[in-house]
Design a protein around this ligand. Structure first.
Ligand code: NAP
Length: 300
């Protein structure tokens, strides 16, 4: 099942594959393994892949690009998201003296050119500003976006980690397709700070990252909050014949804004498991059981 991310925005798969850990920052996959993983994702109808210029210290887009270069029919079957705006201190960028954000028009344009080259593609389906900068100028960002769209290099634009006021500000200059945000039973803020309300009122679909808290639920832990959540999720898993990750993903999927979970696993069976969680229809009370386990108390 594919979903339109905003009124005129891109069509993405309901479950998105996150590529942050595919390369140097995680599994260090070979090009052939990346190609296989992409093909396996497509088989289970996960067609949208989430990147950022910085992943793997600016190397993971290139790894992915090499994998799709070997099979020219792949590009049209998938959607590519990438991000820009964070400047990391790394031997791959010797000019960066401290970590900083740059969302000037020239940096956005230069970053997109690099991403196109690295990903071996003529266009990016969705470009996100990775993090808000205190120095961002919405007029300048909008002009860069409009030019990139006109040139056919980027189809749609959005943001990540933006507050509601930052989103509103930029959206007044150029229509944004999404806000990609951290959200999980260990990160409840978007439910409370207006982020999801804004998505609902503007009819845009949020994208959720670290929906499995980067794997924290699966590690041996003495963290009481994680243990409480896992206990409830296991109970629900017994009822639904589902695994822990499936219950946690179903919890995210239940929100009416239609959050698109970005699954960060590098293993296709785990990505497939997330797809299967689409079949779980958790009840309202069950959703609140996980909420209560997270906060440690019943709602007011
Ligand atoms: N916009 C932003 O600022 C931002 C920030 C962070 C991430 N992201 C995006 O979101 C994606 C996901 O982020 P994340 O990696 O933090 O999220 P995640 O999906 O919460 O966690 C993935 C991690 O959990 C592990 N894991 C263990 N059991 C798992 C299971 N059953 N199912 C899935 N994963 C399991 C995975 O290891 P294995 O590989 O061994 O399965 C992997 O290390 C990233 O790839 C990136 O595309 C965006």
């Amino acid at each position: 099942m594919n979903i339109r991310v905003s009124e005129y925005g891109p069509m993405f798969s309901r479950i998105v594959a996150g590529c942050m850990n595919w390369g140097e920052w995680g599994a260090n996959l070979e090009v052939s393994q990346v190609q296989k993983l992409i093909e396996e994702c497509l088989e289970i109808k996960v067609t949208t892949f989430d990147h950022a210029d910085i992943y793997g210290h600016y190397t993971t887009e290139e790894l992915f690009g090499k994998a799709i270069k070997n099979n020219s029919s792949l590009r049209n079957q998938l959607q590519l998201i990438t991000k820009c705006g964070i400047k990391l201190v790394t031997p791959n960028r010797p000019d960066n003296k401290i970590k900083s954000y740059d969302i000037s028009a020239s940096y956005i344009t230069q970053s997109v050119e690099q991403s196109l080259k690295h990903l071996h593609t003529d266009y990016i389906d969705l470009l996100l500003i990775h993090r808000p900068s205190p120095l961002m100028d919405p007029q300048e960002i909008a002009e860069a976006f409009v030019k990139l769209k006109k040139e056919g290099k980027v189809k749609d634009f959005g943001v990540s980690n933006f507050t509601t006021s930052q989103f509103e500000m930029l959206n007044n200059f150029v229509p944004l397709a999404t806000n990609q945000i951290e959200i999980s039973p260990l990160h409840l803020e978007p439910f409370l700070d207006g982020t999801l309300d804004q998505c609902l009122s503007k009819k845009i679909t949020p994208m959720g990252y670290s929906t499995l808290a980067g794997g924290k639920f699966f590690a041996n832990t003495t963290n009481e909050r994680v243990m409480r959540i896992n206990k409830v999720a296991h109970q629900l898993g017994e009822k639904y014949g589902a695994t822990l990750d499936q219950i946690l993903t179903a919890w995210i999927l239940k929100h009416p804004s239609g959050i698109l979970p970005i699954i960060g696993s590098t293993k296709v069976n785990r990505i497939k498991s997330a797809v299967q969680s689409l079949d779980i229809q958790m009840t309202n009370e069950e959703w609140f059981m996980i909420w209560e386990a997270s906060t440690g108390s019943e709602v007011a």
